[in-house]
Design a protein around this ligand. Structure first.
Ligand SMILES: [Zn+2]
Length: 200
């Protein structure tokens, strides 16, 4: 089989390590980089990839991504810090934040409990959550994990974890179809899901 020069093969491998990119797409992209991209553009692309890892951190309070030790949301004193909305991913946080209706703070779990994928509670950003709510008990914890088996399992697990603490825990009303990913919900659905949340 005819092989591409090493550098192109390497780049193809890199592209293929990204989600939803197969060999054919990787081949097209790698050739595009060589034939169509200016050298400066390629350099900037490389730098941007590195910068994501060098400059972005995880907020030590909530697990959101930020350029400082803590994120803008955690530092914002106009927000209600006694209302914590728990989401699976940073993408979910951005989805809710962009609806512009929620004014509390967040906690990002970085995933959900999944028996089939071998993801357990210790893989999630949960211990910092427990510390957080123990040190400063919030008025409300809103569980906004996805309406999937994993999301439900995680929500139940958190509820169980907080059982002794007697806290108000609500779960967003999933007008979202079962099995759905929060980040795919449109604004209206999300708004309704937030408004219709109930004691969990
Ligand atoms: Zn934060």
């Amino acid at each position: 089989m005819l092989k591409y020069p090493k550098a192109l093969e390497n780049l193809m491998e890199d592209f293929m390590s990204l989600p939803s990119i197969g060999r054919k797409t990787a081949e097209r992209l790698a050739l595009y980089v060589y034939t169509k991209m200016e050298k400066e553009e390629a350099e900037r692309f490389g730098k941007d990839l590195t910068a994501v890892h060098q400059q972005i951190h995880t907020c030590r309070i909530c697990g959101n991504i930020c350029e400082n030790e803590t994120c803008d949301i955690c530092r914002d004193e106009t927000r209600n810090h006694r209302q914590i909305l728990v989401v699976e991913t940073v993408k979910d946080l951005f989805t809710i934040e962009n609806v512009n209706e929620y004014h509390g703070v967040y906690h990002v779990l970085n995933g959900a409990i999944s028996i089939s994928k071998g993801i357990t509670m210790t893989d999630l950003n949960l211990s910092s959550f427990l510390d957080r709510v123990t040190q400063e008990p919030p008025e409300e914890i809103i569980l906004a994990t996805n309406a999937t088996l994993e999301g439900e399992t995680t929500a139940r697990y958190i509820k169980e974890l907080l059982r002794e603490k007697n806290m108000k825990i609500t779960r967003i009303a999933h007008g979202l179809p079962v099995g759905s990913d929060l980040s795919y919900a449109d604004e209206m659905t999300l708004l309704k899901a937030m408004e219709g949340r109930r004691e969990y």
